[in-house]
Design a protein around this ligand. Structure first.
Ligand SMILES: Cc1cc2nc3c(=O)[nH]c(=O)nc-3n(C[C@H](O)[C@H](O)[C@H](O)COP(=O)(O)OP(=O)(O)OC[C@H]3O[C@@H](n4cnc5c(N)ncnc54)[C@H](O)[C@@H]3O)c2cc1C
Length: 421
């Protein structure tokens, strides 16, 4: 800790000074005893829970906030994702929302004083048939109307961006074109989680790991307390940021969510010399790939086609992934996979999130993040914090309320999901 009890500032001067004096760096965030009451209890220490807590403290001065996690910071999807950031969605609501997040990501390292390694790469969504090409054109037009840099390009331009890609007409699934979105890129997911945790802690938020919520108490139609394996906490506001486990928490207060949890797998290769600048996605082949700054190729795919809370990898995934990736980039056939893993995805019927107030007073949700929620962490945290502080639904999330499933006003984003599901 620095002398005032806050985490040390990361700077060239501090690095230099500590290098000379040998003084060690303090922990990134602190541990605390569980207090008997907090103004806000956030369940889930992934990017959404941590960002909500951070913006509550930073933007609204509300810092008697506890973030509870049954495991560890980033142990859910936030530490298991492939970290793709983009805003080339299909609906105007979606595009505006994710664009705000891209903008927050661009300045997040400075805001959090933590290098989150945001890297603008350009994002290519390939079209292998006329139907996909039509959807790409549709997305490009919606994007342009919202001021987002997005356009449909042809095989020659794709080849210029990714020379290793097989754009020939003799490929098994020839590439007809792609939606090209230059602002898209990747970020370092652990750094984002740790950066938010550190910055929230510095502003007085308490992060409690290994603290499982086992029940939520209500009186009348309002939440009053959260029961955990470490004791009870009185609170007027509870925010459910538990993604794949979202329905288990909502069930505690009788709120039904139209969510089904599916596993999603990913894999990474050994590092090689940098050659793949763009992020490449193929919905038809159910695969996407990017290269990290360190040189590994990171692959993702569609969700496993069954509901489960299991986070185990499978051989079927690896086989299909390898086959499909090689159809796109045959020259990487000698690369070796280092590891594969899985996380949980809370899928909604319209592939959009569920955010804001519920019928139970003081119980808010920030869930339904499916396969696309990491990129939304900053904007979701900012908006949820505003909702709690003002007791009003911010305009930017007004389309994502739970009531849309009663009114039938769904926000159909399936056509903009990374890969077909
Ligand atoms: C393999 C994979 C690849 C992905 N790729 C991308 C991508 O490229 N881009 C993108 O935008 N998104 C991607 N996603 C989706 C993204 O990871 C998630 O949508 C996002 O991380 C959800 O964040 P969160 O903070 O809401 O939840 P999580 O990070 O899942 O955190 C939820 C937390 O709640 C905790 N919890 C659960 N129950 C309880 C309880 N009873 N008490 C206390 N704590 C509890 C869990 O321990 C967990 O830490 C991917 C997901 C996976 C699995």
């Amino acid at each position: 800790m620095s002398t005032n009890g806050l985490p040390a500032k990361f700077s060239a001067w501090n690095l230099f000074r500590r290098g000379l004096t040998g003084e060690s760096w303090p922990p990134v965030w602190r541990s605390h005893d569980l207090e008997g009451s907090y103004d806000v209890v956030v369940i889930g220490a992934g990017v959404h829970g941590l960002a909500t807590a951070y913006y509550l403290a930073k933007n609204h001065g509300i810092n008697r906030v506890a973030v509870l996690d049954k495991g560890y910071v980033g142990g859910g999807g936030s530490g298991r994702n492939t970290a793709i950031v983009r805003s080339n969605y299909l609906t105007a609501e979606g595009v505006q929302f994710y664009d705000r997040s891209v903008k927050l990501y661009q300045s997040l390292a400075v805001d959090l004083n933590f290098n989150v390694m945001f890297s603008r790469r350009g994002h290519l969504t390939l079209a292998h048939n006329d139907g996909s090409l039509r959807t790409m054109r549709w997305r490009a037009e919606v994007n342009k109307l919202q001021g987002i840099d997005s356009e449909v390009i042809g095989p020659d331009e794709i080849k210029a961006l990714v020379p290793e890609m097989d754009t020939s007409t003799s490929a098994r699934y020839p590439i007809l074109g792609a939606l090209y979105h230059p602002p898209g890129g990747i970020v370092r997911h652990d750094a984002v989680n740790w950066g938010y945790a550190r910055a929230a802690d510095a502003r007085g938020v308490h992060i409690h790991q290994n603290t499982e919520v086992i029940d939520i108490e209500t009186s009348g139609d309002r939440v009053t307390a959260v029961k955990t394996n470490r004791g009870s906490i009185a609170t007027p506001v509870v925010v459910n940021c538990t993604a794949g486990w979202a329905t288990t928490i909502a069930d505690m207060v009788g709120v039904r969510l139209p969510i089904i949890t599916h596993p999603l797998q990913a894999a990474v290769t050994e590092p090689v010399k940098f050659f793949l600048h763009a992020v490449v996605v193929s919905g038809s082949l159910h695969v996407y790939v990017s290269q990290t700054e360190r040189g590994e190729l990171v692959f993702g795919a569609s969700v496993d086609p069954y509901a489960s809370y299991s986070m185990r990898g499978s051989l079927e995934f690896t086989e299909e992934l390898a086959g499909h990736v090689l159809e796109l980039i045959p020259s990487i056939s000698k690369m070796r996979l280092l590891r594969q893993w899985a996380g949980l995805c809370d899928m909604t019927p319209d592939y959009s999130p569920i955010m804001g107030f519920t019928a139970v007073g003081g119980f808010l949700v920030d869930v339904g993040w499916g396969t696309y929620g990491f990129k939304a962490g900053p904007v979701a945290g900012e908006a949820m914090a505003e909702a709690i502080a003002t007791n009003k639904t911010p305009e930017i999330i007004s389309s994502f309320g739970l009531d849309r499933f009663q009114s039938g006003q769904l926000v159909g984003e399936k056509g903009a999901a990374s890969v077909g599901h």
